[in-house]
Design a protein around this ligand. Structure first.
Ligand code: FAD
Length: 327
């Protein structure tokens, strides 16, 4: 029996896609072993969220209340979870592999003297062992890590696992748990929250992503990518070279240290195909690459390649798409 604890934050009355994916991973472990899935929500109860989490796969929702948790200081989350994990008695603790989890998960594992597996792409129970898959060598191969000692902490790589289909009508339990966190442990002060304004489709949810790299040679051509993405009801992404150059916001970065996307169509324009970029987009169903260098590594990952200067290809391609949409 593998009991799983899913950790999430109280943000609005519907769970994020990321939380639903982690719940999906948790059910894959709990269901075959007869285990239970508890979701610890760091924050006060939010109306509507309980039933949405139960529909998403939770058997029980634990509201973990402590004022500093509202500020999302990682130290507060670590201190609170250090109490919560033994309280729940879960064998496996799962978080979405986002920037918060990257701060919280290693510290939590250390406090619990537990193992840590990051970027989990698949998970299964095998007898009294839990097997995690994760990318190794920058995504060149998959490694399997076997946990034989519990608890173990895992962060689930976003867009790697599907949420479970909605389990509406199932009963669930909810409890409140007050924790006390020693104030001196909290070293982080949240000064300001900046919300990244997203117009149109969110990059990580987009079915079509049009991405640009250093080959675009400046911010201006990204307007052409935006025009094309808008027509295809998609979003624009970028390589780290483009975000580091300040051509586009950092939130557009796709890759190992950026966002992971798994669209139906990924159009890579002026992108060489570095392993760190591929790590964030190789799950796309169809990859189209436009690059002037026939030896660019992106062509090994692409299903369709165009060896050309993007300036010669993009305008007629965009015009053709426009004509098709209007016809
Ligand atoms: C720890 C670490 C983490 C990283 N994380 C990420 C990450 O998350 N995401 C990421 O993207 N990178 C990441 N990188 C950087 C990565 O290694 C590459 O440097 C980066 O992806 C290269 O970006 P690029 O393809 O835009 O640029 P380049 O490699 O310079 O490629 C530009 C391409 O454009 C082509 N080109 C030039 N002119 C034209 C033209 N006119 N028309 C068509 N094609 C043209 C060239 O042939 C070339 O292939 C990371 C690196 C490290 C070390």
């Amino acid at each position: 029996m593998v009991d799983v604890l899913v950790v999430t934050a109280a943000e609005g009355n519907t769970p994020s896609r990321n939380t639903l994916e982690v719940l999906g991973a948790a059910r894959r472990l709990a269901d075959p072993t007869g285990g239970a899935v508890t979701t610890a929500v760091l924050g006060a109860p939010v109306e509507g969220l309980f039933s949405a989490l139960v529909a998403g796969g939770a058997d029980e929702v634990l509201w973990v209340e402590h004022p500093p948790l509202a500020d999302a200081a990682p130290e507060a989350a670590v201190a609170a979870l250090t109490h919560v994990v033994p309280h729940v008695g879960a064998a496996v603790v799962l978080l979405a592999d986002d920037s918060t989890a990257r701060e919280v998960a290693p510290r939590l594992a250390y406090r619990l003297q537990a193992g840590l597996v990051t970027e989990v792409t698949a998970v299964r129970a095998e007898g009294d062992r839990v097997v995690f898959a994760r990318p190794a060598y920058g995504g060149r191969c998959a490694a399997e890590l076997v946990a034989t000692r519990f608890p173990v902490v895992g962060t689930v790589k976003l867009r790697s696992l599907e949420p479970v289909s909605e389990r509406s009508g199932r009963p669930g339990a909810e409890r409140r748990l007050a924790v006390s966190v020693e104030p001196s442990l909290i070293q982080t002060t949240v000064i300001e929250r900046v919300t990244d304004e997203v117009r149109g489709v969110k990059l990580e949810n987009a079915r079509v992503v049009v991405s640009g790299g250093r080959g675009l040679k400046g911010p201006e051509p990204f307007r052409q990518l935006q025009e094309l993405a808008q027509m295809l009801r998609g979003a624009v992404g970028a390589t780290r070279a483009a975000t580091d150059a300040g051509w586009v916001p950092v939130s557009w970065q796709v890759g190992q240290t950026g966002k992971t996307v798994s669209p139906d169509l990924y159009i890579a324009v002026g992108i060489s195909g570095a392993i760190q970029h591929l790590a964030g987009m190789s799950g796309a169903k169809t990859i189209v690459a436009i690059n002037s260098d026939p030896d660019a590594p992106i062509f090994k990952a692409a299903h369709l390649g165009v060896v050309a200067d993007f300036k010669a290809v993009l305008p007629p391609f965009t015009a053709k798409v426009k004509a098709l949409i209007e016809s």
